[in-house]
Ligand binder design. Structure first.
Ligand code: NAD
Ligand code: WQD
Length: 337
C-alpha cells in the first residue's frame, strides 16, 4: 500500500484528508507537533477508519526528526498542510509565521530530495489573489500584494516550489489554492477545532448556535454585493480532501520534474447573510447576530473559476452549502455531548 506523508495531519484539513486517502487505498502517515490540534483527533480517525493511523509527533522544522520519519517509512509522496494559518495573529508575530511556514517547506523539500521522494501537494490559499479585479478568479489571475504576513508566506512558498522545479530538481508539485473550507466529516467524529475564540465565520456561527457565544457580529453590510455582506466560496472539507487524493493520483502520471496549480472551490459565492439564513434553516432556530463595522483586511468578494480542476483532475464538489453547514452543526452538537 502506497504511503503518503501528511504534515499537519492532525489538523482540520489534514485529518479529513487522512480519511479520504485511506478510502482511496493509500496509507497515510501523519506528522504533527500538535501546536494547533490535539491527539483526540487520532481517536476520531481510528473510530472512522476502524484502525489507527500511524503518526510521528514532532516539528517539521526539526531536520533530524524529518529525516528519521523518511528513514522509517517508504513514502510515495507528501501532502504539506503543516503551517501557522491565523491571518490576524500573523500581523502580531510575523517572524513566527515566516519561520514556521517557510522553513518547514524548505526542510521538507531538502529531505524529500535526500530520500528520493518526488511528489508533493502544497496547501496554498485564495488569499494570494487579494481582491481580484475580475470574478470568478482563475489560476491565471495575477496574484496581488498579500493582505497579511500569513498570505505572504503562501506566495513565497509558491515561489519556492516554482524555483525548485525550475532548477531541474526531481520534484512533482501540485499547489492547491483553497477557498473557504467548512464543515466536518459526516460521522461528527472529526471536525474543525479552533483553539480559543474562532476567527473564521462557520465555527463562530455554530458556537453561537450552540450558545457558547452570545451572538455573532456580521462584519459590515455596506459592501457592493446583493445584500451588502461579503461573498466567499465555501467548500466542504471532504470535497477539499478529495481534491488532494486526486492531486496525488495526478502526480503519479507526470514527468519527474513537474509543477501545476489549481483553484479548489465550489465555483459559487455566498454572502455572509446567505450563510446565516442557510444555517438557521439547518439548525431550525434563529441565530443571534448583529451588523457591525467592517473587519480590516477583509476583501469584498471572491469565488473560484473551477474549470481547470474539474477538467484536469476530474474533480467536482459533491456537497453544497447546506450540507456543509449541517455537518458543521452536527459536529458542534457532538462536541457539546
Ligand atoms: P490547522 O491548524 O487545523 O492544521 C495545521 C496542523 O499543522 C495543526 O495540526 C498543527 O498542529 C500542525 N503544525 C503547524 N506547524 C507545524 C510544524 N512546524 N510541525 C508540525 N506540525 C505543525 O489548519 P488547517 O485549517 O487544517 O490548514 C491546513 C493548511 O491549509 C495550512 O497550510 C493552511 O495555511 C492552509 N489553508 C487553510 C485554510 C482554512 O481556511 N482552513 C484556507 C486556505 C489554506
Ligand atoms: C468569512 C466571511 C468575514 C467572522 C480566512 C483567511 C484565508 C483562509 C480562510 C487560511 C468574511 C465574515 C467572519 C465573523 C463575519 N485561511 N465574518 N463575522 O476571511 O474569507 O478567509 O480564512 O488560509 O486566508 O483570510 O474567512 O471565515 O474569517 O470570514 O462577518 O465573526 O465571514 O467578514 O466576509 P476569510 P472568515
Amino acid at each position: 500500500m502506497q504511503q503518503i506523508l501528511i504534515t499537519g495531519g492532525a489538523g482540520y484539513i489534514g485529518s479529513h484528508t487522512a480519511v479520504a486517502l485511506v478510502n482511496a487505498g493509500y496509507e497515510p502517515i501523519i506528522v504533527d507537533n500538535f501546536s494547533n490540534s490535539n491527539k483526540e483527533v487520532l481517536n476520531g480517525l481510528e473510530k472512522i477508519l476502524g484502525a489507527p493511523v500511524k503518526y510521528h509527533e514532532g516539528d517539521c522544522n526539526d531536520r533530524k526528526f524529518m529525516q528519521a520519519v523518511f528513514e522509517e517509512n517508504d513514502l510515495q509522496g507528501v501532502i504539506h498542510f503543516a503551517a501557522s494559518k491565523a491571518v490576524g495573529e500573523s500581523t502580531k508575530i510575523p517572524l513566527t509565521y515566516y519561520s514556521n511556514n517557510i522553513n518547514s517547506l524548505i526542510i521538507l523539500l531538502e529531505t524529500m530530495k535526500q530520500f528520493g521522494v518526488k511528489d508533493i501537494v502544497f496547501s496554498s490559499s485564495c488569499t494570494v489573489y487579494g481582491q481580484p479585479d475580475k470574478l470568478p478568479v482563475k489560476e491565471t489571475t495575477p496574484r496581488k500584494d498579500a493582505e497579511s504576513p500569513y498570505g505572504n508566506t503562501k506566495k513565497i512558498c509558491e515561489d519556492i516550489l516554482t524555483d525548485h522545479v525550475k532548477s531541474g530538481a526531481p520534484a512533482r508539485v501540485v499547489a492547491l489554492r483553497y477557498f473557504n473550507p467548512i464543515g466536518a466529516h459526516p460521522s461528527s467524529l472529526i471536525g474543525e477545532l479552533p483553539l480559543g475564540v474562532p476567527a473564521n465565520l462557520i465555527p463562530f456561527v455554530t458556537q453561537t448556535g450552540a450558545g457558547i457565544r452570545e451572538k455573532i457580529t456580521v462584519f459590515g453590510d455596506d459592501y457592493n454585493t446583493p445584500d451588502g455582506t461579503c461573498i466567499r466560496d465555501y467548500i466542504h472539507v471532504m470535497d477539499l480532501a478529495d481534491a488532494h487524493v486526486k492531486s496525488i493520483q495526478y502526480l503519479a502520471d507526470q514527468p519527474e520534474n513537474f509543477i501545476d496549480l489549481f483553484n479548489v472551490g465550489t465555483g459559487n459565492g455566498n454572502t455572509v447573510m446567505e450563510v446565516i439564513k442557510a444555517f438557521e434553516k439547518v439548525s431550525e432556530k434563529p441565530l443571534n447576530y448583529e451588523i457591525g463595522p467592517r473587519r480590516s483586511g477583509d476583501i469584498e468578494k471572491v469565488w473560484a473559476n473551477t474549470d481547470k480542476v474539474s477538467k484536469v483532475l476530474g474533480w467536482t464538489p459533491q456537497f453544497g452549502l447546506e450540507e456543509a453547514l449541517r455537518d458543521a452543526w452536527n459536529w458542534q452538537l457532538s462536541l457539546k455531548k
